[in-house]
Write a protein that binds this ligand. Structure first.
Ligand code: CMP
Length: 140
């Protein structure tokens, strides 16, 4: 498997509880490298566009409001099979279903306030990275 990049967000529930370092430690322990990272306050427009695929879902309004409620940390992670590997490290969307040792099992509060986001496929990873990072910010 080739070296890949994936896009990650440490969400408001986690930044608010000062868990950025604890989550980064799990990312690094899994063999993923944080090659870019910044703490931002997402705008409503950014959140609406980022989660546009969920526009028709009943939780969309709540999701957008949550994502703009506190700062988030956006990241680019690099490593072998990074997309699947990070989804394994994150655990299931619902922390009640997440495996032991995963980020969501340890840190998520609910299906909505679930600590982290990770891209689900190579195409979305490329789009999501380009949405939040300029090429010059990715030094490897
Ligand atoms: P994420 O991986 O960022 O992508 C979509 C997000 O929608 C998901 O994580 C959750 O935070 C959120 N989500 C999914 N299902 C629900 C739900 N039933 N209620 C509230 N939020 C949800």
């Amino acid at each position: 498997m080739a070296i890949q990049r994936t896009f990650s967000i440490i969400k408001p529930d986690a930044t608010k509880r000062n868990l950025t370092g604890a989550i980064n430690a799990k990312i690094e322990a899994a063999g993923l490298r944080i090659v870019a990272q910044k703490r931002i306050r997402m705008t409503r427009e950014q959140a609406e566009i980022f989660y546009g695929v969920h526009r028709e879902r009943p939780f969309y309004g709540e999701l957008v409001a949550f994502m703009v409620s506190e700062p988030v940390v956006v990241q680019v992670l690099e490593g072998e099979d990074a997309i699947v590997k990070y989804r394994e490290v994150m655990g299931a969307t619902d922390p009640a279903e997440a495996a032991e040792g995963t980020i969501r099992k340890e840190f998520a509060l609910s299906k909505g306030e679930n600590a982290v986001h990770g891209s689900d496929a190579p195409e979305t990873a490329a789009e999501e990275i380009a949405y939040f990072f300029a090429g010059l910010e990715l030094v490897g």
